[in-house]
Write a protein that binds this ligand. Structure first.
Ligand SMILES: Nc1ncnc2c1ncn2[C@@H]1O[C@H](COP(=O)(O)OP(=O)(O)O)[C@@H](O)[C@H]1O
Ligand SMILES: [Mg+2]
Length: 403
């Protein structure tokens, strides 16, 4: 395959944006209140109401169906979703390899793609790291990295190549060929090649999928350091939530061509807007409960006891989610359930998975419902044992039981 070269554009080349892009429906509001983070940085990338469909044997299939999000300058964003949900299509549309039928892509102040406008990929100021890295096998590392720098004089070009290889921790291997490198090194060369022409935005498609699981988290943290150190705005797509959590400032959980929730990793995990997000991000159990009000505060009565709702925002959501008699569905994450030998609340161990520092216990309640608990691994209990637990949930996440 001939890979697409790294892309570069001089913003001054961009024709002016058209007078109007299609009207944009408001992004769905998060159930959670806005955080106390500072003012949002100016948008480096705005994707609004993007619609893309493809002709397939079974007929035309819509792959992006109103994709909408905004990425601030210097932020790292991530589209997280199951295979086939449209992540690569989203990146390809932003990069300029696929044209949208509706909606628009803004990079900086310019509309680069809409139903009536399609700026060439090489004029969008976008660098791409492809899933298979797409290095040129017949070119050495230095020539690969120099690929997007042909317009520079030779001395500047080789200085920039050396700078990029140093940045990604590969100084001195410019004369090697891609087949002589490990997967992790190839990925770094692909990153150096994409960054060399100073793109306004870096796009990465499943950047760690070809690497050993052990390496992934470390490389994800290294990559984050590089991007943050250079102030680069980046969007990655992945199906792996741990990669997303390790790298991204903001994550959009994608489903069926649109974003269910665009939020910080912390809020996606602890304050998911929908059951779909709660299910996709992290482990947990959904248990039936009932809201109770006591002495001016609200709590949820569960089979095994009472869970106080400490946060006002969670209380408001619980009130709005509850059925006529206060019935709600409660999300309990494994870290909301604490093992405590002294607790009178007991649950039976039905499964255990050793995770090094912790066991992940699956516990059965008397009703037959199960929940998960992460327990330090020196508490080594046998399957069938009844162990003490208590709840320690900072956020109590509730859903409408009819949803
Ligand atoms: N060029 C194309 N022609 C037809 N169908 C496509 C094309 N590109 C992607 N698709 C289809 O779009 C859907 C989403 O694909 P993709 O964006 O690659 O998903 P993901 O990256 O989330 O796995 C899949 O069903 C895929 O087969
Ligand atoms: Mg993909």
């Amino acid at each position: 395959m001939i890979p697409n070269p790294p892309l570069r554009a001089d913003p001054a080349d961009c024709p002016p944006a058209p007078a109007a892009c299609p009207p944009v429906p408001a992004a769905p509001a998060s159930r959670a209140p806005a955080s106390h983070e500072g003012a949002e940085p100016p948008a480096a990338l705005r994707v609004e109401d993007l619609h893309v469909s493809f002709a397939q044997p079974a007929g035309r299939t819509r792959v992006l169906d109103g994709l909408t999000f905004r990425l601030g300058a210097g932020e790292i964003g991530c589209l997280l979703g199951a295979s086939g949900c449209g992540k690569t299509t989203a990146l390809r549309t932003i990069a300029g390899f696929v044209a949208p039928e509706r909606g628009c892509v803004h990079i900086g102040a310019s509309c680069v793609a809409s139903a009536t406008r399609q700026l060439e990929p090489e004029r969008r100021g976008v660098g791409v790291v492809f899933q298979d890295y797409a290095l040129f096998p017949h070119l050495d590392v230095a020539a690969n990295v120099a690929f997007g720098l042909r317009a520079l004089p030779a001395s500047e070009r080789s200085a920039r190549v050396a700078e990029m290889l140093e940045l990604v921790g590969l100084a001195g291997i410019g004369r090697r060929f891609p087949h002589e490198l490990s997967g992790g090194q190839q990925q770094r060369v692909a990153l150096a090649r994409a960054l060399a022409p100073h793109p306004a935005i870096l796009l990465l498609d499943e950047p760690f999928s070809n690497l050993d699981p052990d390496l992934r988290e470390r490389l994800a943290l290294d990559l984050r350091d590089i991007l943050k150190g250079q102030g680069i705005t980046a969007l990655l797509v992945t199906h792996d939530q741990y990669e997303a959590f390790a790298l991204a400032d903001r994550i959009g959980v994608m489903h069926a061509g649109r974003i269910e929730q665009w939020d910080t990793p912390y809020r996606l995990y602890h304050q998911p807007d929908t059951r779909l997000v709660a299910d996709f991000v992290g482990l947990g159990a959904f248990l039936p409960g009932r809201l109770e009000h006591r002495d001016g505060s609200t709590c949820v009565r569960l089979e095994l006891g009472v869970l106080p709702i400490r946060k006002r925002a969670d209380e408001v959501i619980a009130g709005a989610s509850a059925g006529e008699r206060g019935e709600v569905t409660v999300l309990l994450r494994p870290d909301d359930v604490v093992h405590d030998d002294a607790s009178p609340l007991r649950a039976e161990v039905v499964r255990k998975a050793f995770r090094g520092a912790q066991f992940l216990y699956t516990l059965r309640l008397p009703s037959g419902a199960t929940l998960l608990a992460l327990v330090p691994s020196h508490h080594d209990h046998a399957v069938g044992e009844r162990i003490g637990i208590r709840f320690d949930a900072d956020h109590v996440v509730t859903f409408d039981p009819r949803s």
